[in-house]
Design a protein around this ligand. Sequence first.
Ligand SMILES: NC(=O)c1ccc[n+]([C@@H]2O[C@H](COP(=O)([O-])OP(=O)(O)OC[C@H]3O[C@@H](n4cnc5c(N)ncnc54)[C@H](OP(=O)(O)O)[C@@H]3O)[C@@H](O)[C@H]2O)c1
Length: 230
Amino acid sequence: MREVLDGKVAIITGGGSGIGFAIAQRFVSLGATPVIVGRNQESLDEAVTKLGRDARAVVADVSNDDDVRALFEKEERVDILVTCAGGAIFGPIEKVTPEDVRTLFATRVFGQMSVAHFAVPRMKQGGTIIFCSGVGDVVGLVPYSAGSAVDGAVNALARSLAVELGGRGIRVNAVSPGVIGGTGIRPAKGTEYVEDFVARAMRTVPLARPGSAEDVADAAGYLATSFYPP
Ligand SMILES: NC(=O)c1ccc[n+]([C@@H]2O[C@H](COP(=O)([O-])OP(=O)(O)OC[C@H]3O[C@@H](n4cnc5c(N)ncnc54)[C@H](OP(=O)(O)O)[C@@H]3O)[C@@H](O)[C@H]2O)c1
């Protein structure tokens, strides 16, 4: 049976685990070929085996422009770009250093921007970009000021690029997850604050439970398939 994304190539940074992996699985079920990107060959290989079909893996660090350039020198076809690579830092402002914030931005802001910079010349009319931000842009999350600054920057990037690239038939969106269960929420720093962060965040969620990576994959699946004209 023909699927809606048959023949499309989806580059998914951070596609080896968590939200990115769930999106890769969804795209496989919709017929696309996922190319997952991360820094660890072994975990990417495991993910490729689970994804099956014609999934592929490329090792690249999105905070390194040379890696990203090399990635898109090899990947000549890009129909869908999803940028989930990244992590989180938790902690009160006195504990989170400017250096920590620069490191976080290097992957989650400049990394997403760099991937778009090198991918867009490969994208044709009908292409689509899905950035990954988070609800810290619109909700006060404690202790998560650095991640919230990332979320705001990525949403602003997505809004501007949507207008810039819309005339070329390339759609740009951002998925903005709240707390997503089962992802491990693996912080680069501030593990001791995670439990309190999740408990506080849950108090603001009407259903009082985390979302799932599959919820975000639902959103990404919708965004990747709602093209008009095709
Ligand atoms: N989970 C949540 O509740 C939540 C909520 C809102 C937003 N987010 C954001 O959504 C994204 C995905 O989250 P997740 O929970 O799915 O995280 P995850 O399971 O930790 O997955 C992140 C992936 O990104 C890869 N990665 C990290 N740094 C990278 C780099 N510099 N270059 C290339 N790949 C890199 C990791 O692989 P390697 O370490 O092997 O490179 C990993 O596969 C993150 O940006 C996160 O901040 C998550």
